[in-house]
Write a protein that binds this ligand. Structure first.
Ligand SMILES: Cc1ncc(COP(=O)(O)O)c(C=O)c1O
Length: 470
């Protein structure tokens, strides 16, 4: 075969049709098996070196027909109700279709011509998010690849707004429960992580509002100029929401940027029950919300919303005559002027398709169900003397540990770590662990709306059995 014939073969629409139908059938079966938990492990565990060998051998020795079957079998299964691990959505099946369309259409999105529909759709989606936050018509936003990048972009805007661009002793204030992406952003910005002033938290792991003034004064005494205050909505480790209203007042008083990291729980703007947790979010200069965490979308898609649209244009100002002809003009439709990315996934279609098919009320259904499940799980834990909650959950993130009054903290840490290792290798349930006040706690984020009381009970029984044999 010639080069061209081989390419024609690879681009053959009829093969795509046939393979595509087969794959959709496979994935539909996978979803069915996952929800009904038939012969399905949540986590396929293998030591990294073994898995590497497997895929090296597979490339050499196997035919491509079995690729997707093997891939499904070896992948962690987010649709299994026993997945109670990291904060990533079990995607709506509809997302398989938008993902497919996105990959084939492959619109680059950097400039309007490279994403005519995707760009307009992105505007519709981000305007809708601004409205739900409670912003006025002066607001705007865009989508970007993940919370980490969105936090960085927001802080870059904040620094620009503060003015003193070349000042190296700038800093931010955030609770001691903040996500590490804040520290990373500060490093990328060429500032010292020592200038990330960690405000102490209260016993619920929300920011201690009465410590704000002291933290600010301490920073000042070290010569650090605070340019932004960041609120957690909620924190990653324990799912604690900060008092966003109090933080807003403080930021206003000090005339500094107020950013809300709502990567996980900013989505509660849609919840009929839990929206009050976000009281004060409407005062934030910028807010981030991850679609791939609590809104059933595939990774990565994050909305970065600005209260004042001018700020969204100030972050970047590079000249690129081949791409952005009128570099100095505000053009909402040329997204690369405002996003870190040049080429970007046509990610807006995930958001739009969900809203179009099911209405925004499905976001309420999802967030409210999961946060309610957090309470259900915590109640079961609280009722069993063999377990100890780290804190009463405010969201769907629940931290607890196996507890035995005869054991000291060091032994309890070992027991809980052993339990998790056992669970990982077994692969039935997938949960995490974290350190809270130097002790090991098991950390669960209920991401699947079909995780029910029976799953929680079975998990607790399993943990108790493993811990007792230790
Ligand atoms: C509060 C918070 N902010 C930011 C991030 C980073 O988001 P991403 O993983 O989308 O980069 C996370 C991720 O867990 C998070 O929990």
């Amino acid at each position: 075969m010639t080069k061209l014939e081989r390419l024609q073969n690879a681009y053959n629409p009829e093969s795509f049709r046939k393979d595509g139908h087969l794959l959709i059938d496979k994935l539909a079966n996978h979803l069915n098996d996952s929800f009904n938990n038939t012969n399905k492990k949540t986590l396929f565990w293998a030591p990294p070196e073994d898995e590497l060998t497997y895929w090296k051998d597979y490339l050499e020795n196997e035919t491509s027909e079995s690729f997707f079957d093997n891939l499904i079998q070896h992948s962690i299964n987010l649709h299994n109700p026993k997945y109670i691990g990291h904060q990533i959505s079990p995607t709506l099946p509809l997302m398989g279709l938008t993902g497919l369309a996105m990959s084939i259409l492959n619109n680059g999105m950097g400039i309007y011509e490279m994403g005519v529909a995707g760009t307009a759709i992105e505007r519709v989606v981000t305007d809708l998010l601004c409205k739900h936050i409670g912003y006025s018509n002066e607001s705007t936003g865009f989508l970007t690849a993940g919370g980490t990048l969105a936090n960085l972009t927001a802080l870059l805007s904040a620094k620009k707004a503060f003015g003193n661009e070349n000042h190296s002793n700038l800093g931010v204030m955030v609770s001691d429960q903040s996500h590490y992406s804040i520290d990373r952003a500060i490093t990328i910005m060429g500032l010292s992580t020592a200038n990330v002033i960690k405000i102490p938290t209260n016993k619920n792991f929300s920011v201690n509002v009465s410590a704000l003034e002291t933290s600010y004064a301490e920073a000042k005494s070290k010569g650090i100029d605070i340019f932004a205050l960041i609120g957690n909505a909620p924190s990653t480790a324990t799912g604690a929401y900060d008092d966003l209203e109090a933080l807003a007042s403080f930021a206003k008083e000090k005339q500094i940027w107020y950013h809300v990291d709502g990567a996980h729980g900013g989505s509660a703007i849609f919840s009929s029950t839990y929206k009050p947790l976000l009281k004060g979010i409407e005062h934030a200069d910028s807010v981030i919300i991850d679609g791939h965490k609590m809104l059933m979308m595939p990774a990565l898609t994050t909305a970065l919303l600005f209260k004042n649209e001018n700020h969204s244009y100030n972050t970047f100002s590079e000249k690129a005559d081949y791409l952005l002809e009128l570099s100095e003009h505000k053009e909402w439709y040329n997204l690369a002027k405002r996003t870190f990315e040049c080429t970007k996934h046509m990610m807006s279609i995930h958001w739009y398709a969900i809203i179009k098919h099911y209405g925004v009320s499905i976001f309420d259904d999802f967030v409210t169900t999961l946060y309610d499940s957090g309470k259900t799980f915590a109640k079961l834990i609280g009722a069993n003397p063999k377990f100890e909650l780290a804190v009463k959950p405010m969201s769907n993130i629940v931290c607890f540990r196996y507890f035995d009054s005869d054991l000291n903290d060091i032994s309890l840490n070992t027991v809980n770590e052993t339990v998790r290792q056992h669970l990982i290798k077994e692969g039935d349930y997938y949960i995490l662990q974290t350190k809270i006040k130097n002790n090991t706690y098991l950390r669960c984020t209920i991401m699947n709306p079909f995780t029910k009381e029976i799953h929680f009970k079975t998990l607790l029984n399993k943990i108790e059995t493993i811990a007792k044999t230790y």
